[in-house]
Design a protein around this ligand. Structure first.
Ligand SMILES: Nc1ncnc2c1ncn2[C@@H]1O[C@H](COP(=O)(O)OP(=O)(O)OP(=O)(O)O)[C@@H](O)[C@H]1O
Ligand SMILES: [Mg+2]
Length: 359
């Protein structure tokens, strides 16, 4: 049997969704039209907790309030923009919201600099148009088109990478809830339940800023890097568990300690401070996403190439160097960090020695 690398959220958490649906029914929670779960159940689905004595896994770590605001926005006629630094779980939260609300997280438009209006609205099957004429069957529906028809959530990833004129194609959809098709002299009306979740990265700021007209149609929820090391460690740990499960690899017993150390290093470099020591900051992005990749790479190296299944400091060192040293100047910044911080901590000497060999 073939196995998917990353099953969709709606498949992965099918059992939880069923449990939450039963909870909604038993308690008659109010539900917006076409939502498969009530807003209350969507928040529980994402933030975790318990329902009828059964655990619901926490899938997005952060302030529950942010998730509540995001869910509440989607009950209104305003669209939702998840905005913030790279690797802070914007796409993850967008996937979870779509899976929880519509049971379908796959109505996605990936924003790129080269995307055309046709990929956002609709395209034509030219072979059909030539042989049978321009009718509705010649239309190739985009994910947004299908979401409008189905009354579902459509996702637009990296909205600010999309050129401004193409972004503006969303204005009519969001304000009038319809899409004109002049070639057929028709309009497609959005069904209730339709909405859009967009994500945008604040590092891309200025690439293609949102027009005022479009930004007025979105409620923005800002996702930040985790405020404390404990939450960041939890984010990394839960993702490592998931990755190891997916690869049928055991989680090494020293994983927690190594995650803590990587998270600590990233936080110190990001903040430019270790204890009372002021540090220069490297240009690289060091979000939970990078910490996950450093630790999972180390686990894979230990499992497939090492002599024992424990995570080795040299494996962590390789991953760290790859993340932190993105520009030539970062190398000196990282060397200074080794001298001024890692060297002074007895517990980090092994990592310091491994890093010295490569930085
Ligand atoms: N707060 C969080 N809760 C749960 N997982 C998180 C969180 N922050 C980051 N992650 C994890 O980090 C990884 C990257 O997250 P994701 O791709 O959603 O980030 P993003 O904000 O969309 O980044 P980008 O701006 O680069 O697109 C995922 O594995 C995700 O599960
Ligand atoms: Mg993303």
């Amino acid at each position: 049997m073939k196995e998917q690398i990353k099953p969709l959220a709606e498949q992965r958490f099918e059992d939880e969704i069923r449990l939450l649906q039963a909870w909604d029914e038993a308690n008659q929670h109010p539900k917006p039209p076409r939502w498969q779960l009530s807003p209350k159940a969507v928040v529980r689905f994402i933030c975790g907790g318990e329902v009828n004595g059964q655990p619901i896994q926490c899938k997005y770590f952060g302030a529950d309030r942010q998730v509540e605001v995001a869910v509440a926005t989607l009950t209104t006629d305003r669209a939702l923009l998840l905005y913030g630094p790279p690797g802070t779980g914007k796409s993850t939260l967008s996937e979870l919201l779509a899976a929880g609300i519509s049971g379908n997280s796959q109505l996605i438009v990936q924003g790129t600099a080269g995307i055309s209006e046709e990929k956002v609205l609709y395209e034509w099957d030219y072979a059909h148009r030539l042989s049978k004429g321009t009718d509705i069957n010649a239309l190739v529906k985009t994910p947004i088109f299908r979401a409008m028809e189905d009354g579902a959530i459509a996702r637009v990833e990296e909205l600010t990478r999309i050129p401004s004129d193409v972004q503006d194609a969303l204005i009519t959809i969001l304000s009038e809830k319809m899409m004109p098709i002049p070639e057929l002299n028709e309009v497609v009306m959005a069904n209730r339940g339709f909405n859009i979740i967009a994500t945008a990265n604040d590092k891309d700021k200025g690439v293609n800023d949102l027009s005022k007209a479009l930004s007025r149609r979105f409620n923005t929820v800002r996702l930040e890097l985790p405020t404390d090391a404990e939450t960041e460690t939890q984010i990394v740990r839960s993702n490592i568990d998931k990755l190891c499960r997916g690869q049928s690899l055991p989680v090494p017993t020293n994983t927690d300690a190594e995650i803590r150390r990587v998270v600590k290093i990233f936080r110190e470099l990001r903040e430019g401070q270790a204890g009372t020591e002021k540090l220069e900051k490297p240009s690289a992005t060091m979000s939970p996403a990078e910490a996950i990749s450093v630790v999972s790479q180390a686990i894979n190296m230990a499992a497939y190439l090492g002599d024992n299944p424990q995570i080795d400091a040299s494996h962590i060192a390789n991953g760290l160097e790859g993340v932190v040293v993105k520009e030539a100047e970062d190398r000196q910044v990282f060397r200074n960090y080794l001298d001024r911080v890692l060297k002074t901590r007895a517990a980090d000497r092994d990592l310091e020695a491994a890093l010295r060999a490569i930085v």
